[in-house]
Design a binder for this molecule. Structure first.
Ligand SMILES: Cc1ncc(COP(=O)(O)O)c(C=O)c1O
Length: 398
């Protein structure tokens, strides 16, 4: 299906006022998404929060159907969470780690993931081992397989990192995890809604996603996928009255289903918005939106590479809509500020988010322009012209 970009932009009010290249930070929502949220809040205010939720239950439950459809899972495998980090933490703290267990992690792990592995190291005595990657940033599959031992309890992979265009070959890693019967968690925070993600093909046991980025949902929500067969091996890090039943002064019962990762209290207006945003994408078709993002990001990378003084920083042989670069020694924050004054939204990806990869490449921060399917070549042309002008100022920064 050919996307009607003009129509999609008309359905997204923000595209009329800014050039939004910060989609890996937070994408612009559609008017439809904003409307369902505000309408729900308006009705809630006049008829009562609990009362409205009862009425809307079946509509709210659509969220699970839409999320499951997008990643080829079942509704009983999706938990609504606060964000991707919340999903990740809920998953890893539910794994019954023991002293000496090994976690194999990729070089591009996100700060939250790695910090919590360090905490598990400190508290439970697990060991973290980093899977090496080749000169392009691709995980070395042979090396990964050679690292597998009976102590390896978990393989943790970031599908698309926050600081580069890399797409990790999650499927090949999944085949190895499956072959050796090792738990596999995929941080798909930047990939769900951005590229096609199919949990059956990837064979992951856990997958984490967030609402506000490529899914174009509201801030403050995310989801966690857990494969049904894995649930019985887990113990949630904390209990909530959704699945834990208080029996008496000394005991409780726990239902081992996906709801054990949820909280009873939820921001229902936002859940509706999140559901609407995923439904919108399911209708457009992720294959179509991904094709458009690929075209736009190749165009941007090719144009940036032509500018003297600009270094494109993306690793990976298979690349996505996140485009990273530096302009000589100009501090990336200065570039973002100057772009913002011209109504162009971009961001900085700093060392602290991906310490291992940034240190390996000797980088302290990069500029990040992350494209969504609603962006246009005309917007890229404006952006590139601006970067050309910025590049003329490199000598002043030396
Ligand atoms: C690769 C990656 N993983 C995880 C996260 C954390 O997502 P959230 O802020 O929704 O917890 C981010 C956020 O930028 C990310 O880029």
């Amino acid at each position: 299906m050919q996307l009607n970009i003009e129509q999609l932009r008309n359905e997204t009010p923000g595209t009329q006022s800014v050039i939004h290249f910060n989609n890996a930070g937070c994408s612009l929502p559609t008017k439809e998404t904003i409307d369902v949220i505000t309408e729900y809040l308006q009705i809630e205010a006049v008829i009562g929060g609990y009362e409205l939720k009862e009425k809307y239950q079946s509509i709210l439950d659509q969220f699970y159907k839409e999320a499951a459809q997008l990643i080829n899972a079942s509704e009983e495998e999706i938990a609504l969470t606060a964000n991707a980090s919340d999903s990740f933490n809920k998953a890893i703290y539910a794994i019954p780690f023991q002293e000496g267990d090994i976690v194999l992690a990729s070089e591009v792990e996100y700060g939250n993931s790695y910090l919590n592995f360090l905490k598990l190291k400190e508290e439970k005595g697990i060991e973290i081992q980093i899977i090496p990657s080749d000169e392009h940033g691709n995980v070395l599959l042979g090396k990964l397989e050679a690292m597998i031992s009976p102590q390896v309890k978990l393989i943790a992979i970031t599908h698309i990192p926050t600081n580069s265009g890399l797409i990790t070959d999650a499927e090949s890693i999944g085949a190895i995890a499956k072959k050796h019967n090792i738990l596999y968690i995929l941080d798909a925070c930047q990939s769900v809604g951005h590229i096609p993600v199919d949990v059956e093909k990837i064979q992951c046991d856990f997958l984490t996603a967030t609402s506000r980025k490529y899914l174009r949902g509201p801030r403050g929500l995310g989801f966690l996928y857990v494969k049904k067969e894995v649930l019985k091996k887990l113990k949630p890090m904390s209990l909530d009255m959704v699945t834990a039943h208080w029996e008496n002064a000394d005991s409780y019962q726990l239902d081992l289903n996906i709801k054990m990762f949820e909280q009873w209290e939820k921001p229902y207006a936002l859940v509706l918005g999140f559901s609407k945003a995923i439904a919108y994408l399911n209708q457009l078709g992720i294959e179509n939106t991904w094709k458009r993002i690929q075209e736009l990001s190749s165009y941007l990378r090719d144009n940036l590479k032509k500018i003297e003084g600009v270094t494109v920083r993306d690793i990976g042989t298979n690349q996505c809509g996140i485009v990273t670069f530096n302009i000589g020694d100009i501090p990336p924050e200065d570039v973002v500020k100057a772009l913002l004054q011209n109504k162009i939204n971009t961001s900085v990806s700093a060392r602290f988010s991906t310490v291992l990869d940034m240190d390996k490449r000797g980088l302290s921060a990069v500029n990040r322009a992350s494209l969504q399917y609603y962006n246009t070549k005309e917007e890229i042309d404006v952006f590139v012209e601006f970067i050309k002008i910025a590049a003329t100022q490199i000598p002043e920064y030396q």
